[in-house]
Design a protein around this ligand. Structure first.
Ligand SMILES: Cc1cc2nc3c(=O)[nH]c(=O)nc-3n(C[C@H](O)[C@H](O)[C@H](O)COP(=O)(O)OP(=O)(O)OC[C@H]3O[C@@H](n4cnc5c(N)ncnc54)[C@H](O)[C@@H]3O)c2cc1C
Length: 303
């Protein structure tokens, strides 16, 4: 119930305006956000790299209202791509179609993504496409499918909770996608997505098994011990090497586990948000762990 309210709140522009102007404790935002600038994000990334952990850089911001904003975001990502090879090689960027303008104009979004993929290919950097709300999910997959042939290293996130995911995955016959399997963070109806947490976990485990058996270099974006254990055991059973897939986690969540996995010989990549538009991202993180809500409310009253 609280989770759904928080997800609902994450979509409210009015609340965003209100809360973004309030004095939030630095601690709460900085737990999940690496900094406000690319420079700060690169410094955190370099620190993680020294521990054997890779990063995917996420410029905060989503659901842009006009194409100028999406062009600005595209150019900011271009700067990130150019910085990666010299400063933090092996890092990827994660992009959100709603930030690239899919809601305003899907063709413009495809052009922006294409610009990023071309620049990234020139610099030897891989791109990951986030999967957002189901209102833009099918459009995202359509654009991804069109660009996959030319840029086969591009990764797309797929949500285990969403009912059409298995069918979508099986629809890629000619070019197999590199995916990031996640549970799904958005407020969806029962018709679109499974809501029961246990059921989502079971679907995640089934899909992870399918991905390990059928797809190149899958990534598993989860902090759930049950899902992680299942991925490890399945890879072992199928004879998939620990370096042929990766675990991905969110900056600020389960830090100790990152190093444990690296020590066990697994590849780990941290999704690292930076920028100033943290509101919807932070609200989704609250929804995943309502225990954080108390901290959040206390920070709102300036404690
Ligand atoms: C790298 C990465 C990329 C992602 N990309 C997308 C995407 O493109 N589209 C999308 O819909 N979703 C995305 N997500 C979010 C995802 O869908 C889930 O909402 C989120 O990962 C929580 O699910 P879980 O698998 O960690 O399991 P859960 O059962 O939610 O969590 C398992 C445990 O992890 C810890 N934990 C989980 N979340 C938090 C938190 N916010 N704060 C503190 N502790 C927490 C808790 O200990 C919890 O018990 C991404 C997640 C990751 C890790």
């Amino acid at each position: 119930m609280i989770s759904r309210l928080l997800l609902h709140a994450s979509e409210s522009k009015k609340l965003e305006d209100l809360i973004s102007r309030m004095r939030l404790t630095r601690g709460l935002v900085s737990r999940y956000v690496a900094g406000t600038t690319l420079e700060e994000a690169l410094a955190v990334t370099a620190g993680l790299k020294r521990q054997g952990i890779d990063v995917s850089l996420d410029l905060l911001g989503e659901s842009v209202a006009d194409l100028k904003e999406s062009e600005r975001a595209t150019q900011e990502y271009v700067q990130a791509i150019k910085a990666i090879p010299g400063r933090v090689p092996g890092s990827t960027i994660s992009v959100k179609p709603s930030q690239l303008g899919i809601v305003v104009d899907p063709d413009a979004c495809a052009r922006n993504l294409s610009t990023l993929l071309e620049t990234a290919a020139d610099h030897g950097v891989a791109v990951e496409v986030d999967m957002e709300h189901s209102s833009v999910g099918p459009g995202t997959l359509e654009i991804y499918r069109t660009l996959l042939k030319q840029y086969p290293d591009t990764r797309v996130a797929m949500q285990a909770a969403v009912r059409r995911t298995q069918g979508d995955l099986e629809s890629f016959t000619e070019h197999k996608p590199r995916i990031r399997l996640v549970k799904g963070a958005f407020n969806e109806t029962l018709a679109v997505a499974v809501q029961d947490k246990e059921e989502v976990t079971i679907r995640y485990q089934e899909l992870s098994e399918w991905a390990l058996a059928n797809l190149p270099d899958p990534a598993f974006g989860t902090h759930d011990d049950k899902c992680i254990a299942h991925v490890k055991a399945t890879a072992e059973r199928l004879g998939v090497d620990r370096r042929d897939f990766e675990f991905q986690m969110l900056y600020g969540v389960r830090r100790k586990l990152w190093t444990e996995l690296v020590q066990q010989g697994y590849r780990v990549r941290i999704y690292l948000p930076y920028g100033t538009h943290w509101y919807p991202y932070l609200m989704r993180r609250m929804a995943e762990r309502p225990a954080n809500l108390l901290l959040f409310l206390r920070s709102l009253i300036g404690d």
